[in-house]
Ligand binder design. Structure first.
Ligand code: F6P
Length: 374
């Protein structure tokens, strides 16, 4: 009896998702004779039985296509908003999986997806995941697909901002994605020759950044490019967050914990909406130089995948079909060195790969004169 694979994409979209779907699908169908069934909009489609046909016609011509032909969402199986209520949809998911007589579910997603996949594996499903995110913050894989394309987009933007910053003698702050992890800011900053790089893992002091800019002015360099990850924090804010986390963890009651979590969420919300604007104004004042802000936002997630992402997505996707054929479930397939390796979901779920403060690229950046504002 041919194996039947369910496929879904979950979390924020990124370039390479369609390339990975194509690879899983073609290898599964053509090499192992499996049947495929897609679910739309992440775990919601699986919970509400919204299916998408995935035959060779649907899988054709999508290698270079951005986004995901299945659609995606950030819905969690165990806390899904349905008709104004938050419901645990795990039982419906298990029921739909059984009704379609699926042998395995393939989930293409980021950190949140790995956690949800483990929950479903524990609920009795056979699950295999592939790591996608432009943030590159999934543990046990050197790279997630989507990252390389976003890196190219951010680097090109920094290159373009250089010429306008030089012409006007301005400071240009460029915000790139990355709430908790600074991989994209760090690598794009280094590739684009940023003068200052700010990442969440290294809280900054705005006066140190202003001093670095003033030093450049004294050296006759009348412009500066500041690359900031959206989750970068000043030292004072990092301390505030740290204190809130400590008091939340020490809180005696659920109500007290929830209240502190709400305060934390509110802080992160305000940070997301206003941090780069505040930083740009502060720098204009402290360095006495005209400043502008560019927020790259979702441009970094859109459009056609880079060649490296197409290759990685194809390698991971074909390895996924092989893993299903061999009956190896409960794993994420990751890139380690030049190998694609299966990693137990327990080792991945709930963890985040942050930039180590002693990461060699940070030292290299400092050696070529880049400041981290600390
Ligand atoms: O998927 C990760 C990510 O790209 C983060 O870098 C960013 O903070 C977030 O998604 C934005 O998510 P959304 O598209 O849901 O606003």
């Amino acid at each position: 009896m041919a194996m039947h694979l369910g496929l879904l994409t979950s979390g924020g979209d990124c370039p390479g998702l369609n390339a990975a779907l194509r690879a899983v699908g073609r290898a599964a169908q053509d090499c192992f004779g499996m049947r495929l069934l897609g679910f739309s909009n992440g775990f919601r489609g699986l919970a509400q039985d919204q299916t998408v046909e995935l035959d060779s016609k649907q899988l054709s011509g999508i290698l270079t296509l951005g986004g995901t032909i299945l659609g995606t969402s950030r819905d969690k199986p165990h806390r899904m908003q349905i008709g104004g209520r938050i419901l645990d949809m795990t039982p419906s998911i298990v029921e739909n999986y059984k009704r379609h007589k699926l042998d395995a579910l393939v989930c293409l997603g980021g950190g949140g997806t790995q956690k949800n996949a483990l929950r479903l594996q524990r609920a009795g499903l056979h699950v295999i995941t592939l790591p996608k995110t432009i943030d590159n913050d999934i543990v046990c894989t050197d790279r997630s697909f989507g990252f390389d394309t976003a890196l190219d987009i951010a680097t090109e933007a920094i290159d373009r901002l250089h010429s306008t910053a030089t012409s006007h003698n301005r400071i240009i702050v460029v915000e790139v994605m990355g709430h908790r992890a600074g991989w994209l800011a760090l690598e794009a900053g280094v590739a684009g020759g940023a003068d200052v790089i700010l990442i969440p893992e290294k809280p900054y002091d705005v006066k140190i950044i202003a001093d670095a800019i003033k030093m450049r002015t004294r050296q006759g360099k009348r412009f500066s490019i500041i690359v900031v990850a959206e989750g970068a924090l000043s030292k004072a804010d990092a301390l505030k967050v740290q204190r809130l986390i400590v008091s939340r963890d020490a809180a005696q009651t659920k109500a007290a914990r929830d209240k502190i979590s709400q305060t934390l969420d509110k802080f992160h919300d305000q940070q997301r909406l206003g941090h780069a604007v505040r930083l740009t104004r502060q720098l204009e004042e402290l360095a006495s130089q005209e400043s502008r802000l560019t927020i790259l936002g979702h441009l970094q997630r859109g459009g056609t995948p880079s060649s490296a992402d197409r290759v990685l997505a194809t390698r991971l996707g074909t390895a996924c079909a092989e893993s299903a054929a061999e009956g190896r479930f409960g794993v994420m397939l990751g890139l380690q060195g030049n190998e694609i390796v299966p990693v137990p979901l327990e080792e991945v779920a709930g963890r985040k790969k942050l930039v180590p403060v002693d990461y060699p690229l940070i030292r290299s950046a400092e050696m070529v004169g880049t400041s981290f504002g600390c």
